[in-house]
Write a protein that binds this ligand. Sequence first.
Ligand code: SF4
Ligand code: SF4
Length: 79
Amino acid sequence: MTFVIMSPCVGVKDGRCVDVCPVDCIHEGETMYYIDPEECIACALCETVCPVDAIRHIDEVPEEEKSYIKINEEFFSHS
Ligand code: SF4
Ligand code: SF4
């Protein structure tokens, strides 16, 4: 189980989620940050600090943001 970064992060990218992640599984991409689903321990710390509410547990991602589940996964399968 994992947390997912969704569209509100695009263009914001302040990176404060990275500072709180205990397992360093949040990585910076060109337009947004991404969570490595293999490494995330689902502690929810990142969700509490995101100023634009861009992070959700995978089970709580709203319908219109579901494409970001794959977008996060794919960032790591290509790197
Ligand atoms: S839920 Fe915890 S482990 Fe997963 S990305 Fe957020 S801070 Fe890192
Ligand atoms: S805290 Fe939110 S806006 Fe900032 S990088 Fe993380 S997900 Fe993106």
